[in-house]
Design a protein around this ligand. Structure first.
Ligand SMILES: Nc1nc2c(ncn2[C@@H]2O[C@H](COP(=O)(O)OP(=O)(O)OP(=O)(O)O)[C@@H](O)[C@H]2O)c(=O)[nH]1
Ligand SMILES: [Mg+2]
Length: 287
């Protein structure tokens, strides 16, 4: 049992993910993260808590904390992101067209969003406990040109999509739209928006498209390290308003992340494993 300085204790017998420290970022695992001062741990695990203090009392916090798992559940989820002999995490294949898409049956989640919004960086951060899984990122928009499939053992698949905005609408019409429309095992789409710049016209078009497909999707607010709390909060509240008034298939809670600083990565890992039926949440978690 190790003590989490947040004042939270892991149940006796809870095993944490044992990974080779070799080339693994120090914040990749909860065990490392929870060695930090409590306030820092809180913002790493539950990034919304950082903004909460700035909110007017009249603002309802509920939509922002619908999924609020316990630390134990996050530890459970983390284990699924550690590659082992019996649970291999690897890059599986890439596809440019639907007839090249792999015939994988396990539940799948995909990441879509404008070019450069941080899709590949987020996938890389999620897989940071298995650094041998190669996910390429770049400063140059339009870097990811194919749909990249990553297998997480037999549990689920993660798909990193090309961004729209760069070769749009070509990539989108030929790849992403048909995929979103037809992929049977797709359990959730994560639509990324850049938290430091707020919703752009292209984001609203993607949101409309997700609504048209009527398949469940979730907003992820990226690069939250890049701007101050004030700007982030303004962008977040604007997003919340759009989700509330203009969507029906979108999960009300936006997930805040910084792939660079690992903010919100543990929460998102837990959400993905929960959505794909890979873990059972304990009674102390809400969702
Ligand atoms: N500050 C900061 N920069 C980030 C973060 N996530 C990604 N970036 C940077 O944003 C740029 C684009 O990142 P990618 O992950 O390649 O973006 P993408 O959405 O996959 O882009 P395409 O493949 O072109 O669609 C890179 O320079 C990243 O280092 C973040 O959380 N914080
Ligand atoms: Mg990319």
């Amino acid at each position: 049992m190790f003590c989490l300085r947040l004042g939270l204790w892991l149940q006796p017998g809870t095993q944490v993910c044992v990974v080779s420290r070799h080339s693994v970022h120090k914040l990749s695992s909860l065990q490392q993260a929870t060695n930090l001062p409590p306030k820092k741990v809180q913002s790493l695990l539950y990034p919304f808590s950082e903004l909460e203090g700035y909110l007017d009392r009249s603002v309802d916090r509920t939509p922002f904390q619908l999924f609020h798992p316990s630390v134990e559940d996050m530890v459970k989820a983390e284990k699924l992101f550690c590659s082992s002999q019996s649970h291999k995490i690897d890059y599986y294949s890439s596809a440019e067209r639907m007839d090249h898409v792999p015939a994988l049956r396990q539940p799948e989640v995909c990441f879509i969003g404008r070019s450069n919004v941080g899709k590949s960086s987020l996938v890389k951060a999620l897989f940071s406990l298995s650094p041998e899984v190669e996910v390429r990122i770049s400063k140059t928009p339009g870097h990811t040109k194919k749909m990249n499939f990553f297998r997480v053992g037999k549990a689920f698949t993660v798909v990193d999509m090309p961004g729209y905005g760069h070769r749009a609408p070509k990539d989108f019409v030929e790849m992403v739209e048909p995929y979103l429309y037809t992929r049977k095992n797709l359990v959730r789409t994560f639509l990324l928006v850049d938290g430091s710049v707020g919703l752009q016209k292209a984001d609203l078009i993607a949101l409309e498209m997700c609504e048209e497909f009527r398949r469940p999707y979730v907003m992820v607010v990226t690069k939250i390290d890049k701007c101050g709390s004030g700007a982030l909060l303004t962008n977040l509240l604007n997003l919340h308003d759009v989700v509330k008034t203009q969507t029906t298939s979108c999960f009300p809670q936006p997930f805040l992340v910084s792939s660079l600083h690992f903010l919100g990565i543990y929460l998102l890992r837990c959400f993905i494993t929960h959505l794909t039926g890979s873990i059972r949440l304990s009674n102390t978690s809400q969702s």
